[in-house]
Design a protein around this ligand. Structure first.
Ligand SMILES: Nc1ncnc2c1ncn2[C@@H]1O[C@H](COP(=O)(O)OP(=O)(O)O)[C@@H](O)[C@H]1O
Ligand SMILES: [Mg+2]
Length: 255
């Protein structure tokens, strides 16, 4: 059964002067334990799609299904990691991590205990009582990711989580994410505009067009799990990258 399924989502924003069509007939799915990426030009509507999945906005038409139930417009059912880490500056690291569990009804003590158990696993031992401003961008992203991971929801949506990091930190974070995910297989929908990132991490990739976003193509990524960094050197990796790149270039030239 599909864990998450979007059925023909359309989204149009109506402003004072004009109507903007952002999403056009988006249908996609994520199976149990699957890592799926959505790649598309910036401004194509990827974050809007996540806001719809999270129930923050209702789509103009179409439906969001979770575990075989229609959950369109319902909040709190999916764990969400936003583009920026969005940590609370007045909460220390362990209590930032505990937040998603507390919101879901877990006791504060149990939530903190779980946070303390996991922080060393993401390389943040000793930072439990520090405040977010002390941490680098990459460390803040790990806190934000851990908060989403420890929530009770079974589907995680990650919106360009590594977009603001430098190239080296970004590679480290990708390897780190794969490692955590391979130990604890959640269903993930991952938004990125990096082709390499999508190919390195995913089981499947949806390629989106320019706004209004349609699905141009769905690709199955053929590399074995657990995935090794040497896939980046394979001829097949380069062929797939070229293929996606040329699809996205065609889109840009139609702007
Ligand atoms: N509430 C809104 N009202 C009007 N336009 C919006 C609103 N939210 C997003 N948009 C427009 O939708 C388009 C897609 O935005 P977004 O989903 O953030 O793209 P992406 O995440 O792919 O970069 C943009 O052109 C943006 O201006
Ligand atoms: Mg976005």
């Amino acid at each position: 059964m599909n864990k998450l399924e979007l059925k023909s989502i359309h989204q149009t924003f109506t402003g004072k002067k004009q109507r903007t069509s952002v999403l056009s007939d988006i249908s996609l799915h994520v199976k149990e334990g699957e890592f799926v990426s959505v790649i598309g030009p910036s401004g194509s509507g990827k974050s809007t799609l996540f806001h719809i999945i999270g129930g923050l906005i209702a789509p103009s038409s179409g439906e969001v299904w979770l575990d075989g139930r229609n959950v369109t417009g319902r909040k709190g059912l999916i764990s969400y990691m936003p583009q920026q880490p969005a940590l609370f500056p007045w909460r220390n690291i362990e209590s930032n991590v505990a937040l998603a569990q507390e919101v879901a009804g877990e006791s504060r003590d149990a939530a903190l205990e779980k946070a303390r158990e996991w922080l060393p696993k993401v390389g943040l031992s000793g930072y439990e009582r520090e405040y977010p401003h002390v941490l680098s961008g990459g460390m803040q992203q790990r806190v934000s990711f851990l908060r989403a991971l420890l929530g009770p929801q079974e589907v995680m949506c990650l919106d360009e989580p590594f977009g603001s990091l430098d190239a080296l930190t970004r590679q480290e974070m990708q390897a780190w994410l794969l490692n955590i995910w391979e130990q604890n297989k959640r269903s993930i929908l991952f938004v990125t505009h990096s082709i390499e990132e999508a190919l390195f991490l995913s089981d499947r990739i949806y390629v989106l067009s320019n706004k209004p976003a349609r699905i141009l193509e769905e690709l199955v990524v053929p590399f074995a799990r657990p995935r090794q960094e040497d896939v980046l050197l394979k001829a097949e990796f380069h062929e797939l990258r070229q293929h996606i790149q040329s699809r996205l270039r065609q889109e840009l030239s139609h702007e």
